[in-house]
Design a protein around this ligand. Structure first.
Ligand SMILES: [Zn+2]
Length: 137
């Protein structure tokens, strides 16, 4: 007997994050830069955490960085991920200075380590949403 695997949950989109998700559909990973002090920020936020300015611009990140920290998931927290274990969840520091969390793909979870060079890859789970993940650079 086999049990159907449910669909994976998708990110919740808001008015603050919609332009970010529009960017991923074009193959761009957009980060915000404060128009007043140039501090980068991610995820999208209405206010700069450095100077409290509400003015910002969106710029595409290069898509490269290093693993800041990670964990390996050996047991699916929800049934939708049952076929993926074991897999690594990584917190990546992009070259622009912001930290981004996602899954590591295209490598064994046991090979992931702090300081590992990585790059973004695109994973479209549905027609209207393109997800991002990381792979070894
Ligand atoms: Zn600022």
């Amino acid at each position: 007997m086999t049990t159907a695997i449910p669909d994976k949950p998708l990110p919740f989109r808001t008015s603050w994050t919609q332009s970010f998700w529009d960017g991923t559909k074009r193959g761009e990973f957009l980060i915000q830069r404060c128009s007043n002090c140039d501090t980068p920020r991610f995820p999208p936020k209405p206010v700069c955490s450095n100077c409290w300015s509400t003015d910002c611009r969106e710029v595409p990140a290069a898509g490269t960085g290093t693993v800041y920290t990670f964990t390996v998931q050996y047991r699916a927290g929800v049934p939708a991920f049952a076929n993926d274990v074991p897999y690594a969840i990584v917190l990546v520091e992009l070259d622009e200075g912001v930290r981004v969390m996602s899954d590591m793909v295209n490598c064994d979870a046991e090979q992931v380590h702090i300081g590992m060079p990585v790059k973004l890859v695109w994973d479209p789970p549905s027609e209207d949403l393109t997800m991002y993940k990381f792979e070894p650079a």
